[in-house]
Design a protein around this ligand. Sequence first.
Ligand SMILES: [Zn+2]
Length: 373
Amino acid sequence: MQARFSALPSPEALYSVSGQRGSLPALRARAPPSVLPLLSARVQFAGLVKLPSLVSLLLAALLTLSGAAAVVLTTSGAQLPAASPAPAPDLAPPKLAPQRARALLPPPSPTALAASPTVAPAAPSPVIAPTISAAAGAAPVARQRAGPVTTVPILMYHYIRELPANTPDRIGYGLSIPPVTFDQQLAYLARAGFHGVTMSQVTNHVLTGAPLPPRPIALTFDDGYSDFYTAALPLLQRYHFTATTFLVVNFLGRPQYMSWQQALQLPNDGIEVGAHTLDHVDLAIQPLATATREIRDSGLILRQRLGVPVQAFAYPSGRYDAAVLRIVAASGFTSAVTTNYGSSYTRAELLTLPRVRVYGGITMPSYIKEVGG
Ligand SMILES: [Zn+2]
């Protein structure tokens, strides 16, 4: 039995429903079986708004009993009803596939290794291994550090839109920052002397020590929603902040997503474009051929159609494994961002960069604390 949200348009939402959380045994023990598949999602959301766990348990139970939750329980492989007009990708709940034949993995080519300081040779890597185990939102694992540590917060945004606080789309709410709030955040950053930098600037700094402006901060926007262009971009320009957008190639032109015409304008507006696969699939469970196509072709298509370098990548829902890292390195990407939490990293972590999630409902004091202000 798996739990999926079918009425929520965000690909991130699909993932966050089934993200495995490590802190729930006590709740699980007390929950009725029908609630178990929902529990992790509700608790995760509750965590975002800092509700006590017991409250979230009650919320999950109430939503289940009332049938109000936009959740469809399916058995593996079943089709989900199209409850949302938005083009929700059929993201299977993350399920690690250890059976994916490691023996079939091509050894990393010398070129790929040269292109990526992160991908170590076949020998177990002290950096990659614990990071992979921490993928999908597991508890942070102490990472072995090598070389200078860079501290430049990389903020993770999704929607810049207003959703009523009482919306039933709780996950969507958690991914949405109202434009007025985004305005306040940028005003704070500008007032506090922060300067926006792109992922390329961050990468160059980590690799070569290239200087960055004072108080650098990287704003990133996942999925390529149309409100980036209509709501976020005007505010970024007003406060003279740049940003990086991670586009899902095959989503461009769909409802709620940017058009190709808008995407083509982004470089002219000083916005860096990064790749976020073709179809927003969970890369950790794809056959290697599919993962390769999703990663490599998203970069190739964006470079070709936009006519600019595309060197930054974002893992859909933060999902990756060692094979995925090799493919990203071999596909011309020099950095890749995750959903792991943090603001500091070394050269060895350029393909597993942590970020700071800016969640719906975040207060200004919390935001200021998160950006290190
Ligand atoms: Zn995404």
